[in-house]
Design a protein around this ligand. Structure first.
Ligand SMILES: [Ca+2]
Length: 96
């Protein structure tokens, strides 16, 4: 399969480029599904709506507990980069 060589962020430098690209490709539709206004960030309100739509229990405490580990710079919003990095780190933690 043809893979375009693109300069990746330094935080991903230890991973093969193909894997990094797969993560972004895999997580993009998930992220877009939560990012209702397509602003490029997930807010607490959007995350709460996502949990509700998914039929999951949600309240302010749940939303905060879920979002806090993802929110690397603690600005209260999840960017796509934070989102991907969180799931990638979580996956690596469980597949060592
Ligand atoms: Ca953030």
């Amino acid at each position: 399969m043809f893979v375009t060589s693109t300069a990746r962020e330094s935080t991903s430098a230890h991973l093969p480029t193909s894997l990094v690209m797969d993560w972004e490709k895999k997580m993009r539709p998930v992220f877009d599904n939560i990012d209702l206004d397509k602003s490029g960030t997930i807010t607490q309100a959007e995350y709460a709506t996502f949990l509700k739509k998914s039929g999951m229990q949600y309240d302010a405490a749940n939303v905060n507990a879920d979002m806090d580990p993802m929110d690397a710079d603690k600005d209260g919003k999840i960017t796509f980069k934070e989102f991907v990095n969180f799931y990638k780190a979580d996956y690596e933690k469980h597949h060592k």
